[in-house]
Design a protein around this ligand. Structure first.
Ligand code: ZN
Length: 64
């Protein structure tokens, strides 16, 4: 199982690239069991929504 540091690292990477299935699965597993990372993820999701609302389509994530 990944540690919190790897989990938060992956979370920030997920803003820039699409995570692999394996990565998002282990990240999901970690955030499900780790309260700290779960909260962090929620906060990050909220932040991202705000940012995206400002960018409005200008900065849409593209498939790579
Ligand atoms: Zn954690």
């Amino acid at each position: 199982m990944m540690n919190c540091r790897e989990a938060t690292q992956l979370m920030s990477e997920s803003q820039e690239r699409k995570l692999s299935l394996k990565e998002s699965m282990s990240l999901g597993m970690h955030t499900m069991m780790c309260k700290g990372c779960h909260n962090y993820k929620q906060q990050m999701g909220t932040l991202r929504k705000i940012t995206r609302a400002y960018a409005k389509g200008k900065n849409e994530q593209e498939e790579k």
